[in-house]
Structure formats: C-alpha cells, structure tokens
Design a protein around this ligand. Structure first.
Ligand code: AMP
Length: 504
C-alpha cells in the first residue's frame, strides 16, 4: 500500500469528501500513481486488472477536472460489458455524490434507445457505456462530444477479445484532439499497443507489477463465490476450519467494523482493526488476539501491516487484495515462526483473473476450497454437540440436576427424553444456531462461470459457463466435503440497473 494519503493527491475537495465518506483509507498503488498523472492532464496507460482500484484511479482525478456547471458529456468511459458499464457508472455516482447537480448516465446495448436518448437530452456530465451502443448514439447525433475533456477505455483487452476494437477506434477518432485519454488493460496485446501508440502519445505508463515470493509454509486455497454469498461462505469456513486465531482482510475501515459485528453476533470473539483506531486501541486489539481474548481480527491492509501473532493459523481474504504485494503481506501474517498456515481467498466471478496472478507471484498453486454439504455440516454439528454433552456428563452438579429433572418429569408426567429435548431447545433459544436443530441451508454451488459478455442478449448479473478460473486443482481442504470449486452462492440474477440520483 502506498504511504500517501488521499488528501495529499490534490483532488477536488468535493471529490475528496466523497472518498472520505466511502471510507477508503489510503490510495491503492495504482491510484497513487495514476491520480497525479491524470490530474496534470497527461494521457495514461494503466496495466492493471480488476481489483486494483483502477476505477477510482481514473474516476477521482477526472471528476476533479470536470466543470459541473457545464451540463454536457465531459467524460466518456468505454467498457466491454453492460455489467461493467453499470458498475463503473455507480462508482462515478458515488465519487461525484458531493458535486452539485451532477449526472452520470450508463448507456449500453440491449436497452431501449428511448430512455437513453431522453437521458442524453437532459444532459449528463459522465457517460459510461459499451462501444457498440455508444457509436450508435454518436452516429445518430444523440451523443455529442464537443465538450469532451476525457475518454477512458476500461478493460481494453476484453473489448478487443470481444471484437469491439473497430468500434472503439471509430469512437476514438471522433473525440476532440485535445481530449485527455486513459487506457486500462490487464494485458497488452499488439493491437492494444497500437491503439495506445496512435491515440495516447507520451502517455504516463503505470504498471502494477507482480511481486514474487515463495510462501512454502502456507497452503493457499481459493473459494469462488458470488459477492452476495460471501458472508454465508465465511461463516461456514469459520465453522469448519480448526483455527486457533484468524485474520480476515477487507477493503474498507467501515467493512472491518460491520463484519466484526456480524461475526460477533454469530458467537465469534471478533474485533475490527483499522486505521481509525488510535495507537492504544490497536495495541489492545493485537494484545487481545495474542492472549486469546479475541480469536478473529477483521483488518484493512494498513492496520495489519507488521502484525506478528504466532497463533494466527488462518488468513482469510474476504476481499481480494489490491496487488500481489498486498496479498503476500496478508498471507504472511500466518505460517510464522516455522508453523504451518492456511490462506483462503474468496473471489467473485469478476475477480477470477486474480488466481493466476497470485499463483505466479507466490510460485504456488491454489487448491479449490470445498465447503461442506449441508448433510456433512449437520453431522459435524451433531458430533460437536455430542462431545460437549458427554463432557458435561462428568459435571459435579450432574446428580443434583438429574434429581431435579426426574422430579419435574414425574410431576408433569413427562418422558425424560422429552425433558432433555426441551432443555436442548431452551439452550438453543438462548444462543440461536448453537445446536444442530435446523438443517443448514445449502450454499448453492453454481458452475464456474464468467459474466455474460453478449452485448445484445446479455443480462447484467447473469453468468454462463466458462473456463475454469485459474489453474487450481480439486482437492478437499481441511477434510470438508462438498462442492467442487464452483462458485458458491447464487448469481444476482437479472439486476435492473440501479440508478442513483446522480445517475438518473
Ligand atoms: P476496481 O479495481 O476499480 O474494480 O476496484 C475494486 C474495489 O476496490 C471496489 O470495490 C472499490 O470500491 C475498492 N477500492 C478502490 N479503491 C480503494 C481504496 N483506496 N481503498 C479501499 N477500497 C478501494
């Protein structure tokens, strides 16, 4: 992570205020490099993939250069899919939330022209869309670029792969000569290099390099999961993994608090660790973890830097890291002092390209993490309850308790099994979920998939079968039987484009 703060980057105060409100702690490496370059008006070539924070890396500086009083397209972003277009438009709306009367408009194929034309007529400062539809509007004259200040090509290699490169070049040729340009791509195939050489002369180049290190003592696992099922997946991991102490990495300070609270509500001794806590509070949390007063710390990268607690057996990457360096730091919190450690990474379909990158960076293969099936989970819960129960059969108060319950059973004409059953229900009511009385919900395993890239027929949030993510192998982890490296949880289904105020 960078040592710079957002306040030092020279962003517009209203944009900075929005970033603070979102709760980002520090700029990610790509943000630290790209923001000053884009603020100075230079073209930018960014070699980086999803998850590095690249959206904010271009959105924040470009928004800082927009004139909100001019109600015409000033920033145009081209994205390969409508799913990504909606996501980027939402990010822009968030970062522009403190700019007065600001409008962001997503435009993509498969949607009626009419509402898009209406939106364009009303005026929008930022347009985010897929190349085909954008070109249609340019040709119809419904989209005009006279006031355009910046054009961004997001996931350029994906646009190439999907056959959009001609559309992209046609749009590029229609942008004003003095327009600032930024191109982001995970890879640099020759055609993309050519586009960069033609349209991004003297661009500042930013590469999020892959750090490489061997991490022998740490076994690495990956669990593909849809974003909305991450919490269920995490809860289950914590239930089946025999961990001593665990550190869970998330992206924002706010998320450390929210997640730690959710875990505490589920009976875990969990605490947040973030940069908002003062030195004394942080030290206290680390001390609690060392002494076993807490078993789980939910942390941001910054807060966990240098954390050395030998009893950490598990590192769970709830959110993917920003770069390989951060990943290596994170998993290095376990496997300390010659012990073995286990690292589990949750990836959403969009983030699956991280697998190969991280495998390369660590010279190791990630195994598919397999969640237990509901039946296996139920059996485990029963076994646990049984061994606890047997433990109490030697309690010194047992004979008094037996006499009391015999008496109750006799007076109420109850069978002693019924008394025991009622007691178990009573116990469960005081700590819901603590006894195996409910069949656990199956976390639906969906095929390993990739987002629908069909610009005409595709629906946002819909996933179809695709290649296996990364090169991970199938091998049961920690003896937990179940799914086979598929995305756990269900897809978002047909998600209507959420249009916040700023997106109208
Ligand atoms: P992207 O690489 O643009 O897809 O961003 C991935 C995720 O990182 C998004 O959920 C962002 O909200 C989040 N993010 C971006 N920048 C930061 C930051 N500086 N601190 C924390 N989270 C961030």
């Amino acid at each position: 992570m960078s040592e710079l703060s957002f306040a030092e980057l020279g962003l517009d105060p209203a944009v900075l205020e929005a970033v603070t409100a979102v709760g980002y702690e520090t700029p990610t490496p790509i943000q630290a490099q790209a923001i000053p370059a884009l603020l100075s008006g230079r073209h930018l070539l960014g070699v980086a993939q999803t998850g590095t924070g690249k959206t904010a890396a271009f959105a924040l500086p470009l928004l800082s250069r927009v004139d909100p009083s001019v109600n015409a397209p000033q920033i145009l972003v081209l994205a390969p899919t409508r799913e990504l277009a909606i996501q980027v438009a939402e990010a822009f709306s968030t970062y522009a939330s403190k700019l007065p009367n600001f409008h962001v408009l997503p435009i993509y194929g498969g949607q009626d022209f009419f509402p898009q034309i209406k939106g364009l007529r009303r005026g929008a400062h930022v347009i985010v869309g897929t190349p085909g539809r954008m070109l249609d509007h340019l040709r119809k004259g419904t989209l005009k670029l006279d006031n355009l200040k910046a054009l961004v090509l997001d996931e350029a290699d994906e646009m190439l792969r999907m056959g959009f490169i001609d559309d992209v070049e046609a749009i590029l040729s229609k942008t004003p000569d003095n327009c600032q340009r930024a191109l982001f791509s995970a890879t640099m195939p020759p055609q993309i290099k050519k586009v960069a050489q033609t349209y991004l002369k003297d661009a500042v180049e930013v590469r999020i390099e892959s750090a490489s290190r061997t991490v022998d003592a740490i076994s690495q696992y990956v669990l593909p999961v849809y974003a909305e099922r991450k919490l269920d997946a995490l809860t289950r991991i914590l239930e089946v993994e025999p961990f001593d102490a665990s550190i869970i990495f998330v992206r924002t300070k706010a998320e450390t608090i929210v997640l730690a609270e959710k875990l505490a509500a589920r009976g875990h001794a969990a605490a947040p660790l973030n940069g908002d806590l003062n030195q004394r509070q942080r030290e206290q949390t680390v001390e609690d973890l060392k002494r076993g007063k807490k078993d789980i710390v939910v942390a941001t990268d910054v807060a966990a830097r240098g954390l050395d607690v030998p009893r950490i057996t598990h590192v769970i990457n709830y959110d993917v890291p920003y770069d390989t360096e951060a990943y290596i730091h994170r998993i290095g919190r376990t496997g300390r002092a010659g012990r073995d450690g286990k690292a589990i990474l949750l990836v959403t379909p969009r983030e699956r390209s991280w697998l190969r990158t991280l495998e390369r960076a660590t010279n190791a293969t990630m195994e598919a993490y397999e969640l237990p099936s509901p039946a296996a989970l139920q059996k485990m819960r029963v076994d646990q309850f049984e061994s606890q129960l047997i433990g109490f059969a030697e309690d010194r108060k047992l004979s008094k308790a037996m006499a009391m319950l015999d008496d109750i059973a006799e007076r109420n004409e109850m069978d002693i099994t019924m008394v025991a059953g009622a007691l178990a229900c009573m116990l469960e009511a005081t700590q819901p979920g603590s006894l195996p009385l409910e069949q656990p919900e199956a976390l639906p395993a969906v095929s390993t998939t990739q987002p629908n890239r069909d610009r005409k027929a595709g629906r946002p949030g819909e996933f179809r079968k695709g290649p296996k993510p990364g090169s991970y192998n199938k091998r049961p982890s920690g003896g937990a039987p179940g799914g086979k490296g598929k995305f756990a949880g269900k897809p978002a289904g047909k998600r209507p484009p959420r249009q916040s105020d700023a997106m109208r």
